[in-house]
Design a binder for this molecule. Structure first.
Ligand code: PLP
Length: 369
């Protein structure tokens, strides 16, 4: 379509489109090759120190920057390193359905993903009873993702406490994916499960600057966990990536330690977009959309149209040139995932187009049937 000069709107990738401020770019220039012989596999110590301080301040749990923090190539490499380290043939890992694609790194490591359903009626909360039903002698790990992609649910302290009790009862590891931690709305608060009693020693925090600092294309993230966990992850990390690019690590350091106002502004902007988008979506006949408490996506229920989500997404591309992500990709059939990565004004025009296309859908379908 673009080749034919048409404007396509891409709302299928949940990556903030905001530009990062100049001080982050400038930090790259401060890199000097004299540092070359001092680059540890875990990352530059200044950055690990900043990560440790950030985690202590924001997530209320202290990890030693020397032995308990690793700088990774985005969250994805961190997740993979954890699975490669701890998951073996036959091990089971509990993940949510719908959810982010944790299943691929689990299977690559030889493990088996076990899907724990989230119910829309219960606002997509990960319930301990649903975890309990699926725990076997092979269960090794629970993956907790808050704010949750794609549903936008932000786990409350009480909900996290219940999950933590289950993890402790069955002596399970917990991977805590917090890559959207800055994107929490309505005055709610993001909590890391790692700070709850008895959880520090079994939780691996996965985080990155991809969303929280709009630095997806810089590929920088981190892991934080107890030394007894990290000493093993470090081996896998070392023999996979050696170390992350030091100039980019300096940029990440600048992002974490520099002014934070631009991040706060970005989050406020996304909250406004979410309010507008959910409002507009709920006015479209056939759609219902729970207000996501966090992230930068909406996950409307579109099952009323009676089409597989892939077909519906295809229809919208053809009719409106708007690309959304079919729920099927998130194991959430009956939904679309729509990223709010366009300004409010554009949201209005794009959603108007979607409304019109969906109103015409029954007619179009009867023509093609
Ligand atoms: C929940 C979740 N975890 C991890 C990732 C991977 O993040 P990164 O880009 O830092 O590798 C994503 C990316 O979309 C995500 O949504």
């Amino acid at each position: 379509m673009e080749k034919h000069g048409e404007k396509v709107t891409y709302l299928q990738v949940a990556v903030p489109e905001f530009d990062v401020p100049n001080h982050i770019y400038e930090a790259i220039r401060t890199y000097s090759k004299s540092k070359l012989r001092e680059i540890p596999t875990e990352g530059l110590i200044e950055l690990r120190q900043a990560i440790s301080e950030k985690v202590e301040h924001k997530n209320k749990v202290l990890f030693n920057p020397d032995k308990e923090v690793i700088v990774t190539v985005g969250a994805m490499q961190g997740i993979s390193a954890i699975m490669q380290t701890f998951i073996n043939q036959g091990d089971e890992v509990l993940i949510t359905q719908p959810g982010f694609t944790f299943d691929s790194p689990i299977m690559l490591a030889g493990g088996t993903p076990v899907y724990v359903p989230l119910s829309e009626e219960k606002r997509f909360v990960l319930e301990p009873e649903e975890l309990e039903k699926r725990i076997t002698e092979h269960t090794k790990m629970i993956v907790v993702n808050t704010p949750h992609n794609p549903t936008g649910h932000v786990l409350t302290l009480g909900e996290l406490e219940a999950i933590a009790e289950t993890a402790k009862k069955h002596d399970l590891l917990v991977l805590s994916d917090e890559v959207f931690e800055n994107f929490v709305y309505d005055g709610l608060k993001h909590y890391s499960i790692a700070f709850l009693p008895g959880m520090r020693e079994r939780t691996i925090i996965v985080n990155s600057l991809s969303k929280n600092y709009a630095m997806y294309d810089w590929r920088v993230g981190y892991l934080a966990a107890d030394e007894q966990i990290m000493k093993h992850v470090k081996v896998v990390h070392c023999w996979t990536v050696s170390f992350h690019s030091p100039p980019v690590q300096l940029a990440a350091l600048a992002a974490l330690t520099g002014p934070q106002e631009w991040v706060e502004k970005m989050v406020k902007e996304y909250e406004k977009r979410r309010n507008l988008a959910v409002d507009m979506l709920n006015k479209i006949p056939g759609i219902s959309c729970i207000k996501p408490e966090g992230t930068i996506v909406c996950f409307p229920n579109v099952s009323g149209f009676g089409l597989p989500s892939v077909k519906l997404a295809e229809y919208l591309v053809e009719e409106t040139k708007v690309v959304t992500s079919p729920g099927e990709a998130w194991l959430g059939e009956g939904h679309l995932r729509i990223a709010l990565t366009i300004p409010e004004k554009e949201i209005v025009t794009v959603f108007e187009k979607i409304t019109e296309a969906l109103a015409n859908l029954p007619q179009k379908r009867s023509l093609t049937n």
